[in-house]
Design a protein around this ligand. Structure first.
Ligand code: NAP
Length: 297
């Protein structure tokens, strides 16, 4: 049976097609939902022009998956107007109010802390990140197909990092008959890659392994494909960097060397917004109940 949210008032600030699905599913289970900066046509959802007005009386605030950038601007691709979140706005919420976001950057962390709110990052939850890795991997492979002159079949791919995204991506590439090498610093992760029929090497020999590959998929959120590594890559290789902004590639040096390198953020929302929205809508009602049901009213 679906969780019922009849008691709860929720504000969704910004977002893309994923949050439209989320908002629609939240009202369907009885929540009272307000939105700012989302073009929703649903008579049960209240649209607000100003964040500060929308915040009044809400129990919980949901921000878009990428949250806000370091200038405080909310991810709002559907809105012509740029919306900023500041401490002055956020501190109007009662202390302890949960703020749900995909991934929080430092600016949001600081704001939430200073206003005494509670930050919940859903992309940190394995059950979300693993499911989300499916559209991410499909999207990365779609880019590889579109931006290269060769098939995935028979190609040589390097997957840097073997966490939730790297593992799904490596498996899909393998199924498409690419010769996949996983690069990971963790011996257990390399062992798992070998068990899956993949080659696996320690990150310390990345420079040696990168010489011959056609596709390099990075999921490591640190500067890994730097100047030294880029010197070893053949010019026809394609780098697709999935790691959170600014990625793990020195894009400036890649460009200077004539190597195609693409930073590919937010793939689930771009390639499969309905699936990605439903992943959020499956978990967020449970988080809301867990956070709010024990609250003294
Ligand atoms: P994860 O499960 O934590 O996996 C990260 C992998 O990178 C692990 O193998 C980890 O190794 C390795 N790693 C981290 N820091 C490292 C370092 N300094 N040196 C070497 N290896 C390092 O994360 P995930 O969920 O797969 O996400 C990976 C990245 O992709 C994140 O930045 C995430 O935001 C991003 N992402 C992007 C998209 C998109 O659409 N572009 C979609 C999903 C996720 P250890 O376990 O040894 O730390």
């Amino acid at each position: 049976m679906d969780i019922q949210l009849n008691r709860y008032k929720i504000l969704i600030v910004g977002g893309d097609a994923r949050e439209i699905i989320l908002a629609t599913r939240l009202v369907a289970v009885g929540a009272s939902v307000k939105v700012v900066g989302l073009p929703i046509k649903n008579e049960k959802i209240e649209l607000y022009e100003e964040i500060i007005e929308g915040l009044r009386g809400v129990d919980i605030v949901i921000l878009p998956v990428p949250g806000i950038n370091d200038r405080g601007e909310v991810h709002m691709p559907y809105s012509e107007r740029k919306y900023k979140l500041s401490k002055d706005v956020f501190c109007n919420l009662p202390a302890g109010t949960p703020i749900i976001v995909g991934v929080a950057r430092q600016a949001l962390r600081n704001m939430v802390k200073e206003c005494g709110l509670k930050l919940i990052e859903v992309m940190n939850l394995d059950e979300v990140a693993i499911l989300n890795s499916i559209p991410s991997a499909e999207g990365a492979i779609q880019i590889a197909m579109e931006k290269s002159l060769i098939t995935i079949h028979g190609s040589r791919s390097l997957v840097l990092g073997f966490g939730r995204t790297g593992m799904t991506l490596a498996r899909m590439l393998h199924v498409l008959s690419s010769k996949v090498t996983v690069v990971a610093r963790d011996a257990a992760q390399r062992a798992r890659a070998v068990e899956m029929g993949l080659e696996a090497v320690d990150i310390s020999i990345l420079q040696k392994k990168i010489v011959e590959v056609d596709f390099i998929f990075n999921t490591i959120p640190a500067m890994i494909i730097d100047k030294v590594v880029l010197k070893k890559i053949k010019h026809s290789a394609l780098i697709i960097d999935l790691a959170s902004s600014p990625g793990g590639t020195d894009f400036k040096i890649a460009e200077e060397r004539g190597i195609k390198a693409i930073l590919a953020p937010g793939l689930p929302g771009k390639v499969a917004p309905k699936t990605a929205g439903n992943i959020l809508a499956d978990i967020i009602p449970k988080i809301i109940v867990d956070e709010l049901s024990s609250r003294v009213i």
